[in-house]
Design a protein around this ligand. Structure first.
Ligand code: CDV
Length: 328
């Protein structure tokens, strides 16, 4: 018997700086309705799906960026998305900026900011929450860049690790879901930590500019899509899982985003791909039993992994120079 989950990537076209959360939510509701008509049980929306990708905008006073963040989930503006999911019986994954009011160890109040994603079932339960760990970009205004990427300014590094949950969804009693966000997909460590928890489906959203603005050297624009797909396909194959990778696409605030959302199977094959720069739904029937082959053969971790040889992975951040060979 196969275990089929019908999933969709709900790609969003651009969200401009002036667009309200309500604009984004209404567009996502329309995608949920189209998903329902196609028998979809889960729709994956992008990273920071409620607003424009605001880390491209510099605020000298960091608190001025707080209006981009959600202090409750669902907030009144996002509640209609939860209601639509309930009405349609479709789950969803949503990326957003999260602002928390907390007490520090000395009881003083502190505000925390994360780049967050949640997995929500049709009943409105939050099944899994993830806070982005690999924050790209920089913390200070960089005059060499035509477009800023200030994730290190506005967000803290996520504090939830890479969690996996087994939860019922659609017609299935249990699916092992894991999450990562955008830049995390480029790091094999993210995938392997999920793989080591028997993840069956990785959900991830992204905002990737079509140009590399870091001014560190030339990167041909066509390689931006290649690198995104390469990362997701390799991660899914090497950890024998499905992946739904959903983009924001098109020209947002004058900055072009690559789009090219994909759904990938455990063989690393792309089984659905977006072709527009607009709101677009791509779907796939994912038989989760297809994860078994990889994880019981080439990637049977318990038989083949050699953690005793991997200590550099967790003990070291930057690369060190190798010893220089000399004739003896
Ligand atoms: N939002 C992102 O994390 N974007 C990065 C860009 C800066 C390269 C990405 O990895 O796609």
């Amino acid at each position: 018997m196969s275990r089929i989950l019908t999933v969709a990537a709900g790609q969003l076209g651009p969200l401009q700086r002036a667009d309200s959360r309500t604009v984004a939510v209404q567009r996502m509701i329309r995608l949920l309705e189209r998903a329902k008509a196609r028998g979809v049980e889960l729709v994956v929306f992008p990273e920071l799906a409620l607003t424009t990708f605001f880390p491209r905008h510099y605020h000298a006073d960091i608190a001025e960026a707080d209006h981009w963040f959600e202090t409750a989930m669902p907030s009144p503006e996002v509640a209609p998305l939860f209601a639509a999911a309930r009405r349609l019986g479709v789950g969803f994954h949503l990326g957003y900026a999260e602002l928390l009011h907390e007490r520090a160890a000395d009881a003083s109040p502190r505000i925390r900011h994360f780049n967050t994603a949640i997995l929500v079932n049709p009943e409105g339960d939050i099944l899994l929450k993830y806070r982005k760990i690999h924050l790209p970009g920089h913390a200070e205004f960089d005059p060499r860049r035509a477009v800023q990427h200030l994730e290190k300014r506005y967000f803290e590094v996520g504090d939830l690790g890479f969690p996996v949950v087994r939860a019922p969804l659609g017609r299935l009693d249990g699916v092992n879901f894991g999450m990562m966000i955008c830049n995390d997909r480029r790091w094999p460590e993210s995938w392997r930590v999920l793989g080591l928890q028997s993840v069956e489906m990785v959900l991830l959203g992204y905002n990737t500019p079509s140009l590399n603005f870091s001014n560190a050297g030339f990167e041909a624009p066509h390689l931006r899509v290649l690198h995104s797909h390469l990362s997701v396909q390799a991660g899914a194959y090497q950890n024998a899982c499905f992946a739904v990778a959903t983009a924001k696409a098109g020209v947002e605030d004058g900055c072009e985003l690559i789009g090219h959302s994909i759904i990938v199977n455990p063989q690393g094959e792309i089984i659905a791909q977006a072709t527009s720069w607009d709101d677009e739904l791509i779907t796939a029937d994912c038989d989760l039993d297809a994860c078994t082959l990889g994880r019981t053969s080439v990637f049977a971790f318990d038989r083949h992994r050699r953690p005793e040889a991997y200590d550099r992975i967790t003990s070291q951040t930057g690369a060190v120079a190798p010893p220089v060979w000399r004739r003896t």
